[in-house]
Design a protein around this ligand. Structure first.
Ligand SMILES: Cc1ncc(COP(=O)(O)O)c(C=O)c1O
Length: 553
């Protein structure tokens, strides 16, 4: 069957500037063409239709456009999909609209009883915005773990666990404050810029990190994810270039992509974002924003060196591109020197928007973070905040303020730094003991180490590990889940070319014994994975040798 004959797409309205309209137009044409082919007998009952992917590939269009067309044809009773078998023509006759299932006859009440839409169910797939379709497509790559056992040990995620929650302090503070009649501050809307007392506390806290901040430069946000969102709202239009470390934080990538920004990834090495590459990008592209995590980057754990920080600021100034500094784990330093935030560097104040959060060092459920920006930008960010969620949760702000005022956060930071340092050391030791001896194939002269390698950061949440070239961490994950351990496959974090070899291991979520047990399980998974890949490859090479012999003979 020549599907290009059956589904002919006109070329009008195909302006790239209006993809949504183009999608609508194409989907209607697909519906019409297939309907015509069915009703004219070209496609008899039981003929098989191409899969979404096949038809989208043939027509060089988005798969969602084909899905939408198939959905409509199936609602019209003309085609039917069977999971695992495909899509077939079901009937030559369209089911009348009024007889289609679902939906109460609300049309009748409003005087539309005879309208073709009177009983038509809402087809939500047609309604989603482009932003929603983009986010959905990206999120679906985060394939949910399949059949995880209850006792699975997790190196995935990136969040503190229950034993570090400030439960008892918060319980006391809430009851004291309610008892004392502080209820108005707790239960009314807070100002858009945040509770005044919390702002004082955050300003004092940032001051201690050599970052003096004025009141009109600070905004309390509902978590630093909202910080990214507000900065995007204020600065990023469709098609704007946003420069981002590659790999980078998954939900930042999602946010920028949902706005249809053009993301350009700049590789990261052990000193952070590569400045030579950044410079060559800036020479070629007019960028709107540079998004970086200078301390213990997510996912690589890399920290930007002092020299790179200076270069970054100089380049941003030269090419007049603002920087969003995401300092999500700046406090979680376990060894060595603690760097001040990028915005605390001389001359950074008018180019760097800085954000931080209480989610990682304290607890994520508070949903409290902050943004620091030049006053002119802050006016826009405040307006964006209002239009997003009016204000941040008052109760969380008031309780946290008291917690900070009592000096409890400093004690907590000391406590978690000690605990996380021990966990990081346990992970490193276990990797050395159980993983390092496992090799893959023979050590080729130019191939580098044929084993899992990893980099130990001196703070943050993550260890970044790498399989030998061309092996897939996503595949290793299947083996790992069967052994009862899980991690984040690194491919999720890349914006440029797919790099399947990487995996991200979060070390803060379990105690040292559990970490050791998790690594033992990972070592079993890795051995089995290496063995299977070696077996398959040796079979392939036998076949290709035999093939070439045949040719030679
Ligand atoms: C780099 C980075 N930035 C921001 C966030 C968002 O954190 P929150 O909104 O909880 O402050 C996260 C969460 O994982 C993150 O990893």
């Amino acid at each position: 069957m020549n599907w290009l004959d059956i589904v002919s797409l006109g070329t009008n309205e195909s302006s790239a500037a209006d993809e949504t309209k183009r999608g609508d137009h194409l989907y209607i044409q697909i519906v019409r063409s297939i309907k015509d082919a069915i009703q004219s007998g070209k496609l008899p009952v039981d003929s098989r239709l191409p899969t979404n992917r096949e038809l989208a590939g043939l027509l060089n269009i988005d798969r969602s456009t084909v899905s939408r067309a198939y959905l409509e044809l199936s609602e019209a009773g003309l085609i039917e999909s069977h999971v695992g078998r495909g899509t077939y023509v079901k009937s030559l006759v369209e089911v009348p609209n009024a007889a289609r299932s679902g939906g109460s006859n609300t049309g009748a009440a409003a005087g539309f009883a005879n309208s073709p839409n009177a009983n038509r169910p809402m087809v939500w797939a047609e309604k989603f915005s482009r932003a929603s379709q983009t986010v959905n497509a990206i999120v679906s790559r985060q394939a949910p773990a399949s059949g995880l056992q209850d006792d699975t040990i997790s190196f995935g995620g990136g969040i503190p666990t229950e034993e570090f929650y400030p439960s008892s302090h918060f319980q006391r503070i809430v009851s004291e404050m309610v008892g004392r009649g502080d209820v108005d501050r707790m239960f009314a809307y807070s100002p858009a810029e945040g509770d005044a007392e919390l702002r004082n506390q955050v300003i004092q806290y940032l001051g201690e990190q050599s970052m003096p901040v004025q009141h009109d430069e600070l905004l309390i946000v509902s978590g630093s994810q909202q910080g990214i969102d507000l900065v995007s709202t204020a600065l990023v239009d469709e098609n704007d270039v946003v420069i981002i470390e590659d790999p980078s934080y998954f939900w930042a990538i999602c946010n920028f992509r949902a706005r249809h920004a053009r993301l350009i990834g700049v590789p990261v090495d052990e000193e952070g974002m590569r400045m030579d590459v950044l410079e060559s990008v800036l020479k070629r592209q007019k960028a709107k924003l540079i998004y970086v995590m200078p301390a213990f980057q997510n996912p690589t754990g890399a920290t930007m060196s002092q020299a790179r920080r200076q270069q970054l600021l100089a380049l941003a100034r030269e090419y007049q591109v603002p920087i969003l500094e995401d300092n999500f784990v700046g406090e979680l330093v376990y060894d060595g020197e603690r760097r001040k935030p990028l915005r605390a560097e001389p001359g950074a104040q008018d180019i760097v928007i800085h954000q931080g959060t209480f989610s990682k060092a304290l607890c994520p459920g508070l949903r409290l973070g902050w943004l620091v920006a030049p006053q002119e930008v802050m006016n826009r960010l405040r307006a964006a905040k209002r239009s997003s969620d009016l204000t941040t949760n008052s109760m969380a702000q008031v309780v946290l303020t008291r917690y900070l005022e009592e000096g409890l956060y400093k004690d907590h930071l000391e406590h978690v730094r000690t605990a996380y340092k021990q966990r990081l050391e346990a992970l490193n030791e276990a990797l050395e003991k159980y993983i390092a001896p496992i090799t893959f194939g023979s050590e080729g002269r130019h191939k580098g180490p044929q084993r899992l390698t990893w980099t130990i950061p001196y703070g943050g949440l993550f260890v970044w590990a790498k399989l030998p070239a061309r092996l897939s961490a996503r595949e290793l994950l299947n083996y790992a889940e069967r052994e009862g351990v899980t991690f984040s496959p690194g491919e999720l974090f890349f914006v440029g070319a797919d790099q399947p070899e990487y995996l991200r291991l979060c070390f803060i979520q379990t105690d040292e014994d559990t970490i050791r047990e998790g690594v033992k399980r990972l070592s079993k998974a890795l051995s089995a994975f290496f063995a299977d890949v070696s077996r398959v490859r040796s079979k392939e090479s036998t076949w290709s040798k035999r093939g070439s012999e045949r040719v030679l003979i």
